[in-house]
Design a protein around this ligand. Structure first.
Ligand code: MLT
Length: 202
């Protein structure tokens, strides 16, 4: 898997793990990360599934319908890969805030569903419920920010509410920022996620 690792000025700050949306690349969220915390180290991954030229982090059968076998397999592989990189690039894997948009947010959601409290926090822009077949692990130590859209045709309002309630049932403190826009990542939701980040990590 291709990635960018940039060591931050302050190695005590959480490492920001970035996962882009479908059709994106490891470049996409770099400016968001530096806006959120310009002192933090950054690890930005490039999805290794190619869907008609668009990169993603796991396969889907059609829009909104995930290939769950592939998702589970790649979730475990990604977990191992992050651990491997933490040794190679010498960052603390226990001090990570994960940030993802759309498909990247869904992969982070799947990591949280499978592994529980592995991140210090997570910012999920326009996530869906990654899978419904597993019981969530404890997330009491992982506050989560969700950026959701009332008019998002891909991650519907009902699904955003369902995800929020699943995460809350797993004891996470969830902050949901609602917009009236569609699936796009907006300036105001990024600003809102920065306020959330500052509250927990600065
Ligand atoms: C997905 O994971 O398929 C999405 O949330 C939708 C997308 O990435 O286009």
């Amino acid at each position: 898997m291709e990635y960018i690792y940039k060591e931050g000025k302050d190695k005590n700050r959480p490492l920001l793990l970035l996962l882009h949306g479908t059709g994106g690349s490891e470049q996409d969220l770099l400016s968001v990360a530096s806006y959120i915390d310009d002192q933090a180290s950054v690890l930005s991954l490039r999805g290794d599934v190619n869907e008609n030229g668009m990169l993603r982090f796991f396969k889907r059968l059609q829009e909104g319908i995930f290939d769950e076998v592939d998702l589970v397999e790649r979730t475990h592989k990604l977990y191992d890969f992050i651990e491997e990189l933490s040794n190679k690039d010498d960052f603390n894997k226990d001090n990570i805030v994960a940030i993802g948009y759309s498909n990247g947010a869904n992969m982070i959601g799947s990591l949280l569903f499978h592994y529980g409290d592995i991140f210090k926090g997570a910012i999920l822009y326009h996530p869906m419920v990654p899978l419904r077949s597993i019981k969530l692990k404890d997330l009491s130590k992982t506050p989560i920010f969700i950026g959701a859209g009332n008019n998002d045709p891909i991650c519907s309002k009902d699904e955003s509410i369902e995800l929020e309630s699943l995460l809350k049932d797993a004891q996470s403190t969830v902050t949901t920022h609602w917009e009236n826009n569609g699936h796009m990542l907006t300036k105001t939701e990024i600003e809102s996620s920065k306020l959330w980040y500052d509250q927990y990590f600065k």
